[in-house]
Design a protein around this ligand. Structure first.
Ligand SMILES: Cc1ncc(C[n+]2csc(CCOP(=O)(O)OP(=O)(O)O)c2C)c(N)n1
Length: 548
C-alpha cells in the first residue's frame, strides 16, 4: 500500500462518504486510491471553490467533517474561499491538496507555491506530510481538530513523491471527544444573575445548532429553558431554527451590520440589563452593535470560554456542554411574568401582484412552498438579510447562511451538499444574480450527479446590498450594475428545468412546480431592489401569534 492509499483508508475510517474536488497531476495517486474505495464517492466539481463550499455545508449539516481535494498551485488557491468560510462559520472541513515532490519545494519551481503557509491563517491547522508513516496520525489529528469545538477547517498537503511511498500502517481508532459539564458554582452564579435581572434577554447563536447537528439535544434544552424562564429570546442569523420563530417569547432575529438598527428593531435587547448569550459567536454579529455603552451584564453560556472583546466581558462564564448547562439552569431560574403581548415572526401574506416582486412576497411564498424540514441555503447580499430577518423557521439546521466570512457564491454548491446530506428533503439555493454567476458552473455538477436542488435566483441586475449602502452613505451609486444572460436559457443549456416568473401571482405555483422536478431546477424571480431601502426596518413579521 502506498501513502495515498493509506490516506484514503484513513478517510474511510473517519466515516467520509464524499470527497469534493478536482484532481491534478500531483494528486493522481490519491485519485487512483479513491477510485478503488467502495465507501467514498468522489464528486468532481467544476471549480475548486465549489468543492470547498460543498465540503463546508456538508460539514455544517452532517455529523462529520466535509472533505475537499485540490491539486497544487492554482487548485489550492482556488480552494481558499470555501475553506475560510468553513473556518469562520465553524464548519468542520478537511482540505487535502497535492504538492510537488519534496526534491523541488525549496526552490523556484513550476506551479509551486507555499500552500501550507497559505492555509495557515484560515485554518485551525495546516500541515505537510513528509514522512509517509505519519499519515494515520496526521489524518486523525486533522479530523479531530476540525470537529472539536469550535469546529473549523484543517489542511493536509501530500507531496507527490511521499504519496507514492510504500507504507505498512493502519488508521488510528476514531474516538469522540466529550465535553465537561459546566461547574456548579458558575451555574449558581448565572442563575442568581438571571433571577435578579430586571429585563433579561436571551441571545442565541449558532453554537446551539452546531451541537444539535452533532447529536446533542441543545435545541430542545434551549426551548425548555425559554419556556420555563419566560425570558424573551432573540437569535443571530446563523442560529435560525434554534428557536421556533412562531413560538411564544421568540423575538425577531438580530444581525444587521449597522449601529443601532437592530436595537431599534428589537427594543427588548436595547433595554436589557442582562444578556444571556447562549452559543453566541462574536464573528457573526459584533457585541459593539448590541452593547455599545458596555453597560449590559453578560452571562456567557457556551462550550468554550468567551472570546475577549471590550463590549463582551461576561460577568459569569458557564463553560460546558450546552444542553447539560441549560437543563440545570432550567431547574434553577424562576419563571417570569408572562403578561406582555406575544411576538414572533409569522409568514406574511402577499403584498401585491406587481413585478418586480416585493421581497416580502418572495419570502412568504418560499415559506409556503417548503415544508418545515426542507432546507434553504442562502447566498450573500440583500436577499440574505431579507431571508434572515423574515423567513419563519421552525426547525434547526434548515436555513444555512454564510455569516462569518459572508461569502457570495456559496448557495449553489452549498445546496448540492445539503441535498447529499438530506436526500429526502427539498433543498433551495436562494441567491442574488451577483452571487449566482460566481459559481454557476456547479449546475453541471448538480445535473451530472442528479441532485434535485431548486435554485431561486433573485434578478435585479445589480449588487443590491452594496448599491443600497452606496445610496445611503454617498447618495449615489457606482460600479454595481451588470447585465444578465437569459437565465432560463442558461439553465436549459445545463440541461436543467428553468422557469421565469412574470408576476407575483405566478411565484408560488412556479416554485411548487420547480420543487417537484426530479432533478435540478432554476427559477428566475424579478426582484424589486428598491425595496432594499426598507431592509432594516421591514417588520411585518411582528404580528401576534397564537401562544403554544
Ligand atoms: C465573494 C464576495 N465578494 C464580494 C462580497 C461583497 N458583497 C456582499 S453582498 C454583495 C452583492 C451581492 O449581490 P447579489 O448577489 O446580486 O445579491 P443582492 O444584494 O442583490 O440580493 C457584494 C458584492 C462578498 N460578500 N463576497
Amino acid at each position: 500500500m502506498n501513502a495515498a492509499e493509506l490516506l484514503v483508508r484513513c478517510l474511510e475510517n473517519e466515516g467520509v462518504r464524499y470527497v469534493f474536488g478536482i484532481p491534478g497531476e500531483e494528486t493522481l495517486a490519491l485519485n487512483e486510491a479513491l477510485d478503488r474505495s467502495d465507501k467514498i464517492q468522489f464528486i468532481l466539481t467544476r471549480h475548486e471553490q465549489g468543492a470547498s463550499f460543498m465540503a463546508d455545508v456538508y460539514g455544517r449539516l452532517s455529523s462529520e467533517a466535509g472533505v475537499c481535494l485540490a491539486t497544487l498551485g492554482p487548485g489550492a488557491t482556488n480552494l481558499l474561499t470555501g475553506v475560510a468560510d468553513a473556518q469562520l462559520d465553524r464548519a468542520p472541513l478537511v482540505a487535502i491538496t497535492g504538492q510537488a515532490g519534496l526534491e523541488r519545494v525549496h526552490k523556484e519551481s513550476h506551479q509551486y507555491v507555499d500552500i501550507v503557509g497559505m492555509f495557515e491563517p484560515i485554518t485551525k491547522w495546516s500541515t505537510r506530510i513528509t514522512v509517509a508513516d505519519t499519515v494515520p496520525e496526521v489524518v486523525r489529528k486533522a479530523f479531530r481538530l476540525a470537529r472539536i469545538e469550535k469546529p473549523g477547517a484543517t489542511h493536509i498537503e501530500l507531496p507527490e513523491d511521499v504519496a507514492g511511498e510504500e507504507v505498512d500502517m493502519k488508521p488510528l481508532e476514531v474516538r469522540r471527544t466529550t465535553y465537561p459539564r459546566a461547574q456548579d458554582e458558575a451555574l449558581d452564579q448565572a442563575a442568581e444573575m438571571i433571577n435578579s435581572a430586571t429585563a433579561p434577554v436571551i441571545l442565541v447563536g449558532n453554537g446551539v445548532l452546531r451541537r444539535d447537528a452533532r447529536g446533542r439535544p441543545a435545541v430542545e434544552a434551549l426551548r425548555r429553558f425559554v419556556a420555563r424562564s419566560k425570558i424573551w429570546a432573540t437569535h443571530t442569523y446563523s442560529a435560525k431554527g434554534a428557536l421556533d420563530s412562531r413560538a411564544r417569547h421568540s423575538l425577531p432575529p438580530v444581525g444587521l451590520q449597522r449601529p443601532g438598527a437592530d436595537l431599534a428593531n428589537v427594543k427588548e435587547l436595547a433595554d436589557a440589563d442582562v444578556v444571556i448569550a447562549i452559543g453566541y459567536d462574536l464573528v457573526e454579529w459584533s457585541p459593539v452593535l448590541w452593547n455599545p455603552k458596555r453597560d449590559k451584564q453578560v452571562v456567557h453560556i457556551d462550550i468554550t470560554p468567551a472570546e475577549l472583546d471590550g463590549h463582551y466581558q461576561p460577568s459569569v462564564e458557564v463553560v460546558g456542554e450546552l444542553h447539560e448547562a441549560l437543563d440545570v439552569l432550567t431547574e434553577r431560574v424562576r419563571s417570569r411574568d408572562d403578561s406582555r403581548s406575544v411576538k414572533g415572526i409569522s409568514a406574511p401574506r402577499r403584498i401585491d401582484d406587481h413585478a418586480p416582486i416585493q421581497p416580502e412576497a418572495v419570502i412568504a411564498d418560499l415559506r409556503e412552498a417548503l415544508g418545515p424540514a426542507d432546507i434553504v441555503v442562502s447566498d450573500v447580499g440583500a436577499h440574505k438579510v431579507w431571508l434572515s430577518r423574515l423567513f419563519p423557521t421552525e426547525r434547526p439546521n434548515t436555513v444555512v447562511i454564510s455569516n462569518g466570512l459572508a461569502s457570495m457564491g456559496i448557495a449553489v454548491p452549498g445546496a448540492i451538499a445539503a441535498k447529499l446530506v438530506h436526500p429526502d428533503r427539498k433543498v433551495v439555493a436562494f441567491t442574488g444574480d451577483g452571487g449566482f454567476l460566481m459559481n454557476v458552473q456547479e449546475l453541471e455538477t448538480a445535473k451530472r450527479i442528479g441532485t434535485a436542488i431548486c435554485v431561486v435566483v433573485l434578478v435585479d441586475g445589480r449588487l443590491g446590498v452594496i448599491e443600497n449602502n452606496e445610496k445611503r452613505i454617498y447618495k449615489k451609486t457606482f460600479g454595481t450594475e451588470f447585465g444578465n444572460p437569459d437565465l432560463v436559457a442558461l439553465g436549459r443549456a445545463f440541461g436543467i428545468a428553468g422557469y421565469a416568473v412574470e408576476s407575483a401571482i405566478d411565484l408560488l405555483p412556479t416554485l411548487r412546480r420547480a420543487l417537484d422536478v426530479d432533478g435540478p431546477s432554476l427559477v428566475a424571480v424579478p426582484w424589486d431592489h428598491t425595496a432594499n431601502e426598507r431592509i432594516a426596518t421591514a417588520q411585518f413579521g411582528r404580528a401576534p401569534v397564537t401562544p403554544r
